[in-house]
Design a protein around this ligand. Structure first.
Ligand code: SAM
Ligand code: SF4
Length: 329
């Protein structure tokens, strides 16, 4: 699909995919992420659009071809479309994606498409209005359903949905989710709940192992798709009678990290080599002028030596990240 990236670690993994958080701010209150909503801090100073474009340019020149904009809620930024179209113009970027809670999607889907965004992941944790409200703090399910239709009308060929598996909250809806994608080109991903510093009790109460999804899919005649080389850590399933597909992201499963193909940069410009476990390396000081590009690239390459083989979540190395809104999931 593209030139091979030169960003690689000592374990032979390559990283053509960058998840770029552009804000910590969010307007939802997901019970596993920001149950009390986003709290503004004095230290809020997120990368400006120019810094973001410089960062994306440096990564693209090293062979990064996929960038996902995330947050917090990336679409709350008033310059979201400028950022997207700026990145879209960078040579080498083949896929510009974003993850959103679907806020105002019905009105905005067309403008997202026009800005060059081609892959959209929408978080939908329940297909029942009352559970959706209980989980996200917002009575917004109907709007999001309209937003999904608006995405197809706008030209998005495929829509991805993210559903965090939550014991006692949405585990009774597995059949409904499977039925929901039957007649739509939707790729739904169930994500195992991850423990963070702020959700330890919640995690204990609601974590559900991904095996529940696998068992359900197999019992309904679905089968696991063969793994494609270079694909990320999701396990994908298909069924000949379903237009949509279903995936599973199970970070606690064995070998999850072996297929890691992504790096993350926080909204304040810190490079995170793993979703969990380390504080991030400041790149912002290399984003202050265009002529720092080479210095920035050298820094990125040199930091790859610090990437560990795995996240070691099983050894309790999970409480460092306060919540995923600070790094984009
Ligand atoms: N606000 C956007 C959204 O919700 O889609 C983008 C940011 S959000 C942090 C990215 C993804 O991470 C969402 O799909 C969300 O459900 C997921 N997420 C957040 N906290 C999580 C956790 N503790 N475990 C698993 N997934 C989580
Ligand atoms: Fe906001 Fe996304 Fe976190 Fe929900 S998961 S609180 S929408 S950042």
């Amino acid at each position: 699909m593209s030139n091979e990236t030169v960003i690689a670690d000592q374990f032979g993994r390559r990283f053509p995919y960058l998840r770029l958080s552009i804000t910590d701010i969010c307007n939802f209150r997901c019970s596993y992420c920001l149950p009390d909503g986003y709290k503004k801090t004095k230290a809020d100073s997120f990368l400006n659009a120019q810094e973001i474009i410089r960062l994306a340019r440096a990564f693209a020149a090293l062979g990064t071809w996929k960038i996902r904009l995330t947050g917090g809620e990336p679409t709350v930024r008033s310059d979201f479309l400028d950022i997207a179209s700026g990145i879209n113009e960078i040579s080498g970027i083949k896929k510009l994606a974003f993850t959103t809670n679907g806020y105002r999607l019905t009105e905005r889907a067309g403008s997202y498409y026009d800005a060059g965004l081609r892959a959209i992941n929408i978080s939908v944790d329940s297909l029942k209005s009352d559970s959706f409200k209980q989980i996200t703090g917002h009575d917004y399910l109907e709007n999001i359903m309209d937003g999904i239709d608006a995405c197809f009308d706008a030209g998005f060929e495929n829509v991805k949905l993210n559903t965090v598996l939550l014991k006692g909250l949405n585990d009774g809806e597995l059949d409904s989710f499977i039925d929901f994608v039957a007649d739509k080109p939707i790729s739904l991903r169930f994500i195992e709940l991850m423990q963070t510093r702020d959700n330890i009790d919640y995690f204990k109460a609601h974590h559900l192992a991904g095996a529940a999804v696998t068992e359900k899919l197999l019992s309904r005649g679905w089968s696991q798709k063969p793994r494609i080389t270079g694909a990320g850590p999701a396990i994908e399933f298909a069924n000949k009678d379903s237009q949509g597909t279903i995936g599973l992201i199970a970070p606690y499963s064995k070998d999850f990290c072996a297929s890691c193909n992504r790096l993350r940069v926080s909204a304040k410009g810190a490079l995170h080599l793993c979703l969990f476990g380390e504080g991030g390396y400041d790149l912002r000081k290399y984003l202050q002028s265009d002529d720092q590009c080479e210095e920035l690239q050298n820094k990125i390459i040199s930091l790859m030596d610090f990437k560990k083989s795995a996240h070691f979540l099983h050894d309790g190395n999970s409480g460092v990240r306060e919540h995923l809104a600070s790094i984009g999931g």
